[in-house]
Design a protein around this ligand. Sequence first.
Ligand SMILES: [Zn+2]
Length: 111
Amino acid sequence: MPIFEYECARCGAVGSEIVIGSQRPPAPACGQCGSRRTRRVMSTFAVVETEASRLQRFDPSQAQGESFYKDSRNVGLWAKKRARQMGVDLGPRFEATVEKARSGKLIKDML
Ligand SMILES: [Zn+2]
């Protein structure tokens, strides 16, 4: 069954829907704010994005969709963005911690 991802034009939430049958259904309402102004986006697996552009696009003041938290590449993004906004250099130790967290090693190290 194909799964489409969609993005809300109003609040930016990203959701997904399973499509049954071959017909393209109308754009679903946003699961977060109920807006009908949603648009299909390409599957995140098909999109190659640099961290710089992810950081650029990421807005910490907006609620993030469920898929955001499931994507390990977003680990540490919030802290990095905030630090950048405040002009704080988190340093190489922070970078190393984020990399560990993203690869799942952090959890293993704590056990
Ligand atoms: Zn929305």
